[in-house]
Design a protein. Structure first.
Length: 315
């Protein structure tokens, strides 16, 4: 496989990618990270432009895309919905058509997955999903890269997501793990279990990859896990449910006692960030030696650079 294989493709969710394609992007991400360490100037995005559309806030995703693209000569343009006519006054498909005439690629962060799909359909350029209510695929790629930095090939390793099993991060982890043969257990209260249709689809994918996928309300399921992963109790856009989420998820806080229940001295803690210390994770754990959250954040940059190089046909 070469980058030409990826040229022109969008990344809306990992459901559209075959396991060997995801593997290729992970290997390219590792290469990009190694290159970043040598300090040499590269300009693979010279002459290219990237639209960065944000309906929701972001620190990591915006900075990862903007620095990865800009440091290699590309021109990123940040567009908040305060600034452009996104679905207001102008049909979304018309905005997409116009952006496609001016930009080499588009990153979209927002609410509906269908907005990312419409941008991809009408712009004619690669669209990268930088988080929607449904999926956060670029995060999941960085997460697998991070897991592999501790344990080697992720296939056959066990990752436990502890928290809101319905959310975008849990959903993307389910898909990428099902495709790559990573055993994933979602530990959550029954009210916050993953969508049954997505789960059924992942179980089908897992038959080919060998992944074991489980959902359980029992925190004892963390036994044997290589990684415990959590995310905020209340995702962006769901603020009205904050109190109910806290009530449901307080027993699922990831802390040292839960890490100890993995029974592995080498198990790691993962978090996509931003984190609310004292809620889904203790400060002690997030800031401690088991935490890989800062590596995950750094890896957002290397992985999105790899995705952009491949889909722009530039390596
Ligand atoms: N993990 C992540 O997507 O962070 P931001 O919301 O800061 O982009
Ligand atoms: N689930 C979180 C992830 C933030 C990166 C949210 O959607 O707010």
């Amino acid at each position: 496989m070469t980058v030409q294989h990826f040229k022109g493709r969008s990344l809306l969710s990992w459901l559209d990618y075959r396991p060997e394609e995801i593997r290729y992007l992970l290997d390219l991400s590792r290469q990009v990270k190694e290159e970043a360490r040598d300090g040499a100037a590269r300009s693979r995005f010279a002459g290219k432009t990237l639209a960065l559309i944000f309906e929701k806030r972001s620190t990591r995703t915006r900075c990862a895309f903007e620095t990865a693209f800009g440091e290699e000569g590309g021109h990123p343009v940040f567009l908040s919905t305060q600034d452009i006519h996104l679905g207001l006054k102008e049909a979304l498909e018309d905005t997409a058509r116009v952006l496609g005439r001016m930009f080499s690629a588009i990153q979209f962060r927002g609410f509906k997955q269908s907005t990312a799909e419409t941008l991809a359909k009408y712009s004619g350029v690669p669209v990268y999903n930088g988080l929607t209510d449904s999926f956060h695929p670029t995060q999941a790629l960085a997460d697998i890269q991070t897991l592999e930095e501790s344990f080697g090939n992720a296939a056959g390793k066990k990752l436990c997501f502890v928290g809101d099993g319905r959310n975008n991060v849990a959903r993307s982890l389910l898909v990428i793990c099902a495709k790559l043969g990573v055993h994933i257990t979602v530990v959550c209260p029954p009210e916050l279990s993953p969508d049954p249709d997505l789960l059924a689809l992942c179980q089908t994918l897992a038959r080919d990859s060998g992944a074991r996928i489980r959902v359980s309300p029992d925190t004892g399921e963390v036994e044997g896990a290589h990684a415990l992963y959590t995310d905020v109790w209340t995702s962006m856009g769901e603020e009205s449910q904050k109190e109910e989420r806290a009530r449901l998820l307080r027993p699922y806080q990831v802390n040292q006692a839960l890490m100890d229940r993995t029974g592995r001295a080498d198990s790691i803690f993962m978090h996509c960030l931003p984190a609310i210390k004292g809620e889904e994770v203790t400060a002690e754990l997030l800031d401690g030696p088991r935490s890989r959250a800062w590596d995950e954040a750094e890896n957002r940059k290397h992985t999105v650079k790899a995705v952009m190089l491949a889909t722009l046909g530039l390596v």
